[in-house]
Design a protein around this ligand. Structure first.
Ligand code: PGA
Length: 244
């Protein structure tokens, strides 16, 4: 069961999603948040910083787990997701450094890293609210089409389409890592609440398939229909192909 909220603009969508996250933290100061990277959540992070500064929303007791990280990129690499999160959010709010987590893509034992990450999420009580984007091919996190819905945190080889979409952040397409660690679909579905964001015409066909299509492992985001409390925040452009 998914709920759908359609907003006029990306700015409105970002504000509304940030307010949802803020009220989650107001209800439960030690909330465990699942966070995402990419272009889409940038507006939400800007709005959260604004709420933190203007309304004194505190992240002092919040714990966060990011969905994914590239294999081989360390925290000082500007293309690592740890770097992105620090720059976009963590350095602007009062979350303690030992309360935000991302998979470590430089760990030589990736299998161990995945197991440890999954255990760490469980040991913190699981994720209260997970933020997601969606790839053109329906991926969530780096769970590419064909990923079994039963997967936990694991290492993946990125599809060419994903490498191309993400190459905009790198000097050349060859610089995009070919592998990543990602929470699995089951890890995502274990979250108590999920918010998926999609903005712009380029996401319209993925949004249409997510909302109107069947539940199928060839389209990972369709797994969200199996989750009891998912809300999809989209703007008018992303909703433009939906049936009336
Ligand atoms: P984007 O990526 O927000 O940069 O479009 C979303 C995703 O690939 O999950």
């Amino acid at each position: 069961m998914v709920n759908i909220l359609i907003y006029h603009s990306y700015k409105e969508l970002s504000r509304a999603a940030a307010e949802e996250i803020a009220s989650q933290i107001q209800r439960k100061a030690d909330s465990v948040l699942g966070l995402a990277t990419g272009g889409t959540p940038e507006g939400v992070y800007d709005e959260l910083i604004d709420i933190h500064k203007r309304q004194n929303l505190s992240f002092r007791s919040v714990v966060t787990f990011n969905l994914d990280e590239y294999v081989g990129l360390g925290s000082d690499d500007p293309n690592s997701y740890r770097y992105y999160m620090t720059k976009r959010l963590f350095s602007h709010i009062d979350i303690p450094k030992d309360q935000y987590f991302l998979p470590d893509g430089t760990n030589e034992n990736l299998l161990q890293e995945c197991e440890d990450y999954e255990k760490l999420i469980t040991s913190r009580g699981g994720i209260d609210l997970q933020l997601l984007g969606i790839g053109h091919n329906g991926h969530i996190g780096f769970n590419e089409p064909g990923t079994p819905f039963s997967t936990k945190t694991h290492t993946v080889t990125l599809k060419q389409q994903t490498i191309e979409a993400n190459s905009r952040y790198f000097h050349t397409i060859e610089d995009v890592p070919k592998q990543a660690i990602t929470m699995g679909i089951e890890s995502i579905l274990n979250s108590k609440r999920i918010i998926l964001l999609a903005s712009g015409k380029k996401k319209a066909s993925a949004v249409k398939r997510l909302i109107e299509g069947t539940v199928d492992e060839s389209f990972p985001a369709s797994a969200l229909h199996l989750h009891p409390n998912t809300t999809i925040f989209i703007d008018r452009d992303a909703a433009s192909l939906l049936d009336d």
